[in-house]
Design a protein around this ligand. Structure first.
Ligand code: 5GP
Ligand code: MN
Length: 334
């Protein structure tokens, strides 16, 4: 990537837009707001952060959260913003359809802006400038690398560190997943050197359960965790009725999928959630060699990483469970 050229584009841009993917997680919001903080340090005047749909409540305390415009809530203004942008950052996704069909179409067709992708998912589409590293722990890690390369003279501040640290923590399972590299820890150390209060960030991510959320997790683990015969795999499914019984709100099932993989000997797990529109959103996780990115792409209109992926299907929850069991038995034994 030609950072000198890109820096010129950014410094002369009238309007910069920062985007991320649908159903945003900590890495998506942390990367977007971390990049926003950086644009403020660079002195850029007009910067918008446009996110397809709302994020879970445990991210709402992040610095600059109030600048986010949600496309699902303000689609006209957001469309105008994207259409008039000179530069658009595409963060934590590899293809514009990950922002949803409507927002994706605007990014694809309604703008002549320069597009800058910073991402760690496999097989990215091609954009004007790209920092794509599949082995990176998180997009937040790459945003940090990008900012240091683009403007080494800019000292990052605590707000930017807080946002990016949230991305590091959430995408690495608190520095546990195998993509956590020496660079990941070095960046975290830089944030510590700045004086970042990391304990309070962990607390606001992980210790903000509602009573209902914890009850829902308990129910899912005690009543809904199942094993698949003949395959070292488990899964959990939750219907709309079950979710509503526990007054489900966005983010309540965050992390639930990981429990199924924490069982000794289990290599693959899934969490299937019936959405309000009756489609089924599925999260996949695996250990070692089983590639859930390929699996999600082949059977569930999805994708992601080798050991963490997701997808969505338009069918009943019962059919989605059957499809998962059948496809997994086939792929595991092939
Ligand atoms: P999660 O299961 O936490 O929603 O997502 C795990 C990983 O899979 C994330 O990196 C996410 O970007 C990716 N992912 C989740 N859902 C989808 C999907 O519907 N399509 C694609 N391509 N990737 C997904
Ligand atoms: Mn990510």
């Amino acid at each position: 990537m030609n950072y000198i050229e890109l820096k010129q584009h950014l410094l002369t841009a009238q309007h910069v837009v920062i985007t991320t993917h649908k159903s945003p997680d900590g890495d998506a919001i942390g990367s977007a707001l971390g990049m926003y903080a950086f644009t403020q340090l660079l002195g850029l005047e007009k910067v918008s952060v446009i996110v397809p749909d709302p994020d879970p409540h445990f991210l709402h305390k992040m610095p600059h959260h109030d600048v986010i415009q949600f496309f699902s809530e303000q689609s006209e203004e957001a469309t105008t913003c994207i259409a008039n942008a000179d530069c658009i950052f595409l963060l934590d996704f590899n293809t514009t359809s990950r922002t949803g069909n409507d927002m994706g179409a605007v990014i694809d067709s309604n703008t002549t802006a320069i597009k800058i992708l910073i991402d760690h998912h496999q097989q990215p589409d091609t954009f004007d400038y790209m920092l794509s590293e599949v082995s990176a722990s998180s997009t937040a890690e790459l945003v940090y690398v990008f900012c240091k390369e683009l403007a080494p003279e800019v000292d990052i501040n605590l707000e930017m560190a807080e946002c990016l640290y949230t991305g590091l923590v959430t995408d690495t399972g608190s520095f546990k997943f195998s993509a956590t590299g020496a660079r990941t820890h070095r960046i975290a150390a830089d944030f510590k050197d700045l004086g970042l209060d990391t304990a309070s960030i962990h607390q606001s991510i992980y210790d903000t359960n509602s009573f209902n959320r914890l009850k829902l997790m308990g129910y899912a683990l005690s009543e809904k965790l199942e094993q698949i015969e003949g395959v070292p795999a488990t899964f959990i499914s939750l219907s709309q009725e079950e979710l509503q019984k526990f007054h489900y709100t966005k983010g309540d099932t965050e992390g639930l999928v990981n429990y199924g993989l924490s069982i000794s000997g289990v290599e693959v797990t899934a969490f299937l959630r019936e959405a309000e529109d009756r489609s089924v959103k599925i999260s996949f996780r695996s250990k070692r060699d089983f590639d859930v990115n390929l699996f999600a792409r082949a059977y569930f209109n999805g994708g992601g990483h080798k050991n963490a992926a997701g997808g969505r299907v338009e069918m009943s929850l019962t059919d989605a469970i059957e499809q998962f069991k059948t496809a997994l038995s086939k792929e595991w034994n092939s």
